[in-house]
Design a protein around this ligand. Sequence first.
Ligand SMILES: [Zn+2]
Length: 336
Amino acid sequence: MGGLAAGCALDSLVPEVPAWSENDARRYLLGFCWSNYQRYCPRCRGRKIARLPDDRWRCRRCRYPFHDFSGRWINRGNLSCSRWLQLVRLFAADLLTIEISARLDLAYNTAYKAVLTLRQAITARCGDADGNGDPARARVYARLLAEGKPEREEGRDGDSHVFGIREEDGRVRVRVLPLIRPSTVFCLSVKKVRRAGVTYTDRFADYDALIFCSRQAADGEAEKPGRRKVHLDTTAGFWPYLREKLVKHRGITPERFPLYLKELEFRYNHRNEDLFPTLVRYLCEFMPSRQALPAADTPAGPEATGPRALGPEQGSPVARPSPQPPPPAPGKSCGT
Ligand SMILES: [Zn+2]
């Protein structure tokens, strides 16, 4: 990767944001969408397609009309290609949404929606987003990946999902545990700590900790920073990393916590890498369909993409060479 993406994994570095030309940015993104720019029908994967007058395509087999970004994460929102690349660049550098909004002179809601899309694209690539055979887990992810702001689930205790954290050999695994509610955790005899709305436990079953974000603590449980220690507190690794990020964000709501946790899992496991090309690749992937989702991080192409096959482990090595980023210059719509 050239100088465009160099160093963007460093939190403290606020990168220059090149003004890519719209044509260059679009071509760069298309390189991630279509292997060798060979298009096929996203619905039936047929290769016999006809070009329509409005820059769209129509499948000759199933008659489905589509454009270059149909069905992909990048199609959510209304950003031009060059804007998307700039935003990904700043997101990779871990700027807050409000900072991204200011740097790019975007409305906050527009920047927020784009950042949400990136977090969903990251979550879709985690190892268990297809539920791993567990329908309850699959339903949780389906809600997390649905379009629109995460909604508060009224009437559910703590309106939050519980995750299990396990770190091994410098890599962390964060799994949603759909059958465990916050109220269940409060009742467990395991030691718990609650800070800034986040409750985490001592070791439990196969996990280093259970963790969730909720508005309410258990009855009578006050936040007691520094007075309790559990396994996470005494181990360098993911938890200090997560805690620092939560402080930076000045807390987070239970609705946003799951996707944010998955984002931090991704960042932590790629902490020594340049995130930009990986994030662009995720952004250009098909959103998961509601049908059964296979698992395999196979090279992009008709057999590998289509309404997206979810990979087993986010951050698997890039399966094919990334397109080279476009040179800087001035930009319009992605044609979405
Ligand atoms: Zn088709």
